[in-house]
Design a protein around this ligand. Structure first.
Ligand SMILES: NC(=O)c1ccc[n+]([C@@H]2O[C@H](COP(=O)([O-])OP(=O)(O)OC[C@H]3O[C@@H](n4cnc5c(N)ncnc54)[C@H](O)[C@@H]3O)[C@@H](O)[C@H]2O)c1
Ligand SMILES: [Zn+2]
Ligand SMILES: [Zn+2]
Length: 380
């Protein structure tokens, strides 16, 4: 089969590789119809993780079930399914509680597994023609009839829509509240969308990419252009000097200052500054335990100079981590089915798998207009 292979920093190619197959009785084999490129792929693409050369990338996957293992009961051949980026077993202490991003079975010694992801188990990604899905009965979200027409909406349930929602859940967003979101990438935009769905009164999105801020404005959020480094002042002004009720971090450890230089503690300290006293912060942007490629001495060890004194004085609280996609994908899917939401507004490019290397290059450069790429294996 054809698959997008990571060769090394900023070097990916579409290669002929051995077909994905059923390896265990609980597996499901999916023919991929849509698979997105994610900001998380970029940390790997840029060589800023321990990703091994030769592995297949891609964790935002959906497609059609073409084969099931002997122990699969619920999922049937022919079902169209969306796969959470997390791989869970369904029976460990964390999966039982709905914490599917922290499965204790699928990546022994760690909590949490994913497709095509550094440090999250040996599983191949889905930027390929076929994907092996472990514990298929647990991990497949079976899509309703007519899902073909909303393919680009449903594929967002694999990661960024539930992840954006998770940011607002971690932050505890309630109706009528004010929310500040750092990052207008796909995840930040989906967090803004989720905050609006949850009834927030004012949603502010901070970034310095004008095309992405324009998308935030389009869904009714207030764009905060940080090009001049004045984001904090603008948020404080918009909130009458008190700061937002809730804050979301949707950038991660490669966040940058106005000169596009990496400053790993910038968004976290900006959140402490712009969330009100007693406010809550949800962090879904990725931070990692070791980052040898960073120029920052603390960041090399996965540490940062965090404004803890200010955080403590303000009585703030914080929630972090990978999104437990299974905690949200079923109800968000129903909102898509009933035409209440349409997350495909985020898609800027729909491309065949063969175009993936070029798409990585453009998305990595945050080139104007490259917001979200959906790859379509099998299409020319
Ligand atoms: N927790 C999870 O489950 C989960 C899931 C998916 C993605 N992620 C992570 O979420 C983060 C965002 O993903 P994405 O796909 O939106 O990526 P992206 O890289 O496309 O978007 C990041 C955005 O942040 C902006 N930014 C950089 N520095 C900033 C700053 N100081 N202030 C405000 N904005 C700043 C960039 O301009 C960019 O638009 C990544 O770290 C990704 O790995 C986490
Ligand atoms: Zn992703
Ligand atoms: Zn588990």
């Amino acid at each position: 089969m054809k698959a997008l292979v990571y060769n090394g920093p900023r070097d990916v190619s579409v290669n002929e590789v051995p077909d994905a197959t059923i390896e265990r009785a609980t597996d499901v084999l999916v023919k991929i119809s849509s698979t997105n490129i994610c900001g998380s792929d970029l940390h790997m693409y840029e060589g800023r993780t321990g990703m091994q050369a030769g592995r297949i990338l891609g964790h935002e996957n959906m497609g059609e079930v073409i084969e099931i293992g002997a122990a699969v009961d619920r999922v049937k051949v022919g079902d169209r399914v969306c796969l959470p980026f997390n791989i869970g077993c369904g029976f460990c202490a964390n999966c039982e509680k709905g914490l599917s991003g922290f499965c204790l079975t699928c990546n022994p010694g760690m909590a949490g597994a994913a497709y095509g992801f550094a440090g999250m188990g040996p599983y191949s990604g889905g930027q390929a023609e076929y994907l092996r899905v472990p514990y298929g009965d647990y991990n497949c979200l079976i899509l309703p009839r007519g899902s073909e027409e909303k393919e680009n909406d449903y594929v967002m349930l694999s990661d960024i829509f539930p992840t954006g929602y998770h940011a607002t859940e971690l932050a505890g967003v309630q109706p009528g509240e004010t929310v500040v979101i750092y990052g207008a990438g796909p995840v930040g935009l989906m967090a803004a969308y989720s905050a609006i769905i949850r009834g927030a009164a004012l949603v502010m999105v901070v970034d310095n990419h004008k095309d992405r801020l324009a998308l935030a404005a389009k869904i009714g959020a207030v764009p905060v252009d940080d090009t001049e480094g004045m984001g904090i002042e603008q948020v404080m002004q918009l909130t009458g000097g008190v700061g937002a009720d809730r804050g979301c971090e949707c950038v991660g450890y490669q966040c940058c200052n106005m000169h596009r230089e990496e400053v790993p503690n910038l968004t976290m300290n900006n959140l402490v500054a712009t969330v009100k006293a007693t406010g809550r912060i949800g962090v879904v942007g990725v931070f990692i335990p070791e980052d040898p490629g960073s120029k920052d001495t603390l960041q090399k060890r996965g540490q940062m100079a965090f404004d803890f004194g200010q955080f403590w004085v303000k009585g703030q609280s914080i929630g972090t981590g990978q999104a437990n996609v299974k905690a949200y994908n079923r109800f968000l899917s129903r909102l898509i089915e009933k035409d209440k939401v349409k997350p495909s507004w985020i898609v800027s490019h729909e491309l065949p798998l063969e175009k993936a290397p070029d798409a990585y290059k453009n998305f990595d450069a945050r080139k104007d207009g490259w917001t979200k790429v959906v790859l379509k294996p099998g299409k020319k």
